[in-house]
Design a protein around this ligand. Structure first.
Ligand SMILES: *Cc1c(COP(=O)(O)O)cnc(C)c1O
Length: 430
């Protein structure tokens, strides 16, 4: 297997890009090799600059639910381009998108388009603070909500009092209002509310955590969050940047039957282009400028090309709701292969989201995820890559299945999984 051109590009990249990449998740550092540079992708396959054609289970970290370069999406994008790239003025497609969001996710009565998930979450939190007049928020350790300052927080030794920035360059003062609770741990949330009964603007959660590997909400956990936020007059924000349009057309809130006050979207909503959105109850969203006092703006927000790609993608999903059953079946097939062949692993899976944790304990929160054997994951990753199967270069990311994954793709993948485990090279340190 040849990766000479990728290696050369990586050398050049490292001279002028931090770590040779424009987003750290693309780096292969944690799996001990250099990233593949991609030349093209179609359907379920991604091809690197050396001509290696791989079965892709990263799917651009989620947007590619239909597979790459879906012809109907490309057609809409191309015809949108012919009408100009951006106007800085409202367009019909933005109205269509807002209407579609309120149809598919009824809790999003009013929404605002932005250009990334980071922006969506940052803005939703500002709205929650502006609307409630409170400063503090509760987030969960291991949940990722983009890279805005106030959300790059980890729990300190005494979680409720000593939160510390999770990145250099974030002043401790900027995370003073971010309380860190533990996923699936109701008591940690109660403690935070009891210590700040009138101070908490919102609880923000990934309804299925997918940024510490996939971690499912324990039965009743989301409902508990709904109840306790009501009790303290705080807002509940579902960060559905990954789960939106992936678990169901109506996202995790439809799948689990728990309705948040505000929702944030990204990834699939752009169909491969930069789009994010936040929205919720009209009464809350009316606090956004120019209706209300919460300022939020964007030169390229609702960009006509990006919105065309997003709308095309959502319309395909809406016209073919059976897609969610197919996605589940495909993912179950991979899961079954892991379960029958695998040793020393735990699988978390819901819909087309799955993680294979190299650990002998169930993974239910950050601590149990972090206990995984990342060296074993790295060995597994390299084994698959050498056989042209492209999974996330990190133990702590999801495996994404798309509608484009074919029977042959799945069969080949299951075969490689079986081979991998039967060779007994999943031991750490290799
Ligand atoms: C990816 C992600 C974000 C950030 O979105 P970007 O478009 O990368 O800024 C926020 N929240 C969740 C849950 C995500 O997975």
């Amino acid at each position: 297997m040849n990766d000479a051109t990728s290696k050369l590009l990586y050398e050049r990249a490292c001279r002028h890009l931090p770590g040779g990449v424009n987003s750290p998740v693309r780096s292969f550092r944690s799996v001990g090799c250099t990233p593949r540079f991609i030349a093209a992708a179609h359907g379920s396959h991604i091809t690197d600059v050396d001509g290696n054609e791989m079965i892709d289970y990263v799917c651009s970290w989620g947007p590619g639910i239909l597979g790459h370069a879906h012809p109907a999406v490309l057609e809409k994008v191309k015809s949108a381009c012919d009408a100009g790239l951006t106007y800085g003025a409202p367009t019909a497609r933005e109205v269509e998108m807002a209407e579609l969001l309120s149809e598919l996710i009824p809790s999003m009565e009013v929404s605002r388009l932005v250009s990334s998930g980071t922006e969506a979450v940052m803005s939703a939190i500002r709205v929650a603070r502006g609307y409630t007049g409170r400063d503090k928020i509760i987030k969960f350790q291991g949940c990722y909500h983009g890279h805005s300052d106030g959300l790059l927080v980890k729990a300190g030794s005494a979680a409720l009092t000593t939160n510390v920035p999770d990145s250099a360059g974030v002043p401790a003062d900027f995370v003073r209002h971010t309380l860190v609770a533990q996923y699936n741990d109701e008591q940690s949330v109660r403690d935070a509310f009891e210590a700040n009964p009138d101070g908490i603007a919102a609880v923000i959660v990934e309804p299925v955590a997918a940024n510490m590997g996939v971690v499912l909400p324990a039965g009743g956990f989301l409902r508990f969050l709904r109840e306790i936020t009501h009790k303290y007059n705080a807002l509940l924000i579902f960060d559905e940047v990954i789960t939106g349009f992936r678990l169901a057309l109506g996202g995790a809130q439809e799948y689990y039957g728990v309705t948040p006050d505000l929702t944030t979207l990204g990834k699939i909503i752009g169909g491969g282009m930069p789009v994010g959105a936040y929205g919720g109850k009209a009464e809350i969203m009316r606090s956004v400028s120019p209706d209300g006092p919460v300022y939020q703006a964007g030169t390229l927000s609702g960009n006509p090309i990006a919105t065309a790609a997003g709308l095309a993608t959502l319309n395909i999903l809406r016209s073919d709701p059976d897609i969610y059953r197919r996605l589940e079946e495909k993912t179950q097939r991979l899961k079954a292969a892991f379960l029958s062949a695998g040793r020393g692993i735990h699988i978390n899976q819901v819909g087309s989201l799955m993680s294979v944790f190299f650990t002998d304990r169930p993974v239910v929160d950050y601590a149990s995820a972090a206990a995984s054997d990342t060296a074993a994951y790295a060995g597994y990753f390299r084994y698959l890559l050498e056989r042209n199967i492209y999974v996330a270069p990190s133990q702590f990311e999801a495996l994404f299945v798309s509608d484009a994954h074919s029977d042959e793709d799945l069969e080949r993948t299951c075969q490689v999984i079986e081979e991998y485990f039967s060779h007994g090279i999943c031991l750490s340190g290799n």
